[in-house]
Design a binder for this molecule. Sequence first.
Ligand code: UD1
Length: 404
Amino acid sequence: MKVMTVVGARPNLMKATPLMWAMKNTPGMESVLVHTGQHYDDALDAVFFRELGLPRPDYHLGVGSGSHAYQVAQVMVKLEKLLQEVDPDWLVVVGDINSTMAASLAAAKLLVPLAHVESGLRSFDRAMPEEVNRVVTDALANLLFVTEKSGVVNLRQEGVTRFLNGGEPIFQVTDDLVATLSGFGQDFPSVRLGAFVGNVMIDTLLHFRERASREARISFPDRDFALLTLHRPGNVDNKFILQDILGALQEVSRELPVLFPCHPRTRLRLKEYHLEDYCQPVTLPLTKAFPDHAVLLLEPLGYLDFLNLMSQARLILTDSGGIQEEATLLGVPCLTLRENTERPVTLSEGTNTLVGHDPHNIVQGARNALTGKSGTGAQPVLWDGHAAQRVVKIIEAAGVRQRP
Ligand code: UD1
C-alpha cells in the first residue's frame, strides 16, 4: 500500500512527523513524502526537518512564495503530474495551509482517495485564508480525522453523516472498527467518513518535550518572560492594527520582557511601516542577561528552542492556530490576538483567552493571566501521544485504492 503525504509550510512539519513514524512501523505500507516548497527558508523549514528527524522529501515541488492563486495553482499543476506518476493508494494532507487545499483538489480530480488530518476545525471567519482551505479540503476528503469534539459537530453540520464509533473518541482502533471499514472502497469516491482520533501535533510535542528541555540552545528557567508570535495577515498587513498591537505589547513589556521570534512576513511589515522602534533586535544565542522591559525581536526559532521557551514562559501571546493547542497542553496561559478561534477546546478546557487586537484587551488580558486569573488547563481527550498511530491504522484498514 502506497501512501503519499504532502507538506508545505512550517506548521505541517510537526504534524507529518508522527505520521511518518507510524507509517514506517506499518508492514506493507510505503510512505512517499512530498514537499510543495511553500516555505523554503532554513529557519521556517530545513531546521524542522533536522530537529524532528523527518525523512528527506521524496519529491520537492519548488513552489515558493506568491499570491494565493499562484501558490495553489502551482501546487495543483505539479502535484497532478506527480500523482499520475507515483499512483498512490492514498493522499494524506495535514492542517489548513494553501498547500493542503491545493493538494486536496489535485487528488480529488484524479480520484485519489484523500485523508485530511486535523479536519472539522472552523473559525466561521471566511476572511481567514485558512478557513477557506479547511472548508474546501473537508468537502473533498474521504477520511476526516478530527482533533476535538467541535470538529465532529462542524462536520455533521456540513453533511458528514458517517463517523467511526458514532463520532465518539476512538481510544483504540479495535478489530471491530477495522471491520466496519472493509466496504470503504465500494463507496469511493463519494464516501466521507469521520473519525475522532486526537491531535497529531500533540504527539510530536509529547515526544520531544523532554529532549527540548535538555537540548534547547536558549533556555531561561529562572527568568520571567512572555513569548510572542505574530504573523497573520489580519494583524500584520494593516499598519494601524499592527501599531496598536505593538503599543499594547510595549505596555505588557513593562511587566515582563516579551520574546518575539519574528516571521519573515512580519519583519518585512515592521520595516515597511517604520514600526521597528517598537522592538529591540537581539541576536542568537540569547543570554540570560536580556533587558527587562522590552519587546525583543529574534529570528524565527527551531522546534526544540521554541518548545522549550513555550514551556518556560509565564505567558504566551499569539495569533497562530497550533500554538493555542500547545499552550493548553503545557498549561501555560495563552492570549490569542484574534477575534475567534477554530480550536474552541483551548478556551473551554485549556489556557486560552481571545483578546483580538484591541490594545486595552491585550494589556488587561496579560494582567489577568499574570495574576493567575486564567484557565489552568487540562489535557483534552485523546491528546495523548497516539493520534498518528490511530490515523495510520484506519488508513491501512480502509485499504488500497480500487483502480478501474
Ligand atoms: C503560512 C500559512 C499559515 C501558517 C504559516 C506558518 C497559508 C494561507 N498560510 O502563512 O496558515 O500559519 O504559513 O508560518 O498557507 N516567506 C519567507 N520565507 C519562506 C516562506 C515565506 O520569507 O520560507 C515570506 C515571503 O515573503 C512570503 C510570506 O512569507 O510571501 C508569506 O508566506 P506564505 O507561505 O504565503 O504564508 P505564511 O504567512 O507563511
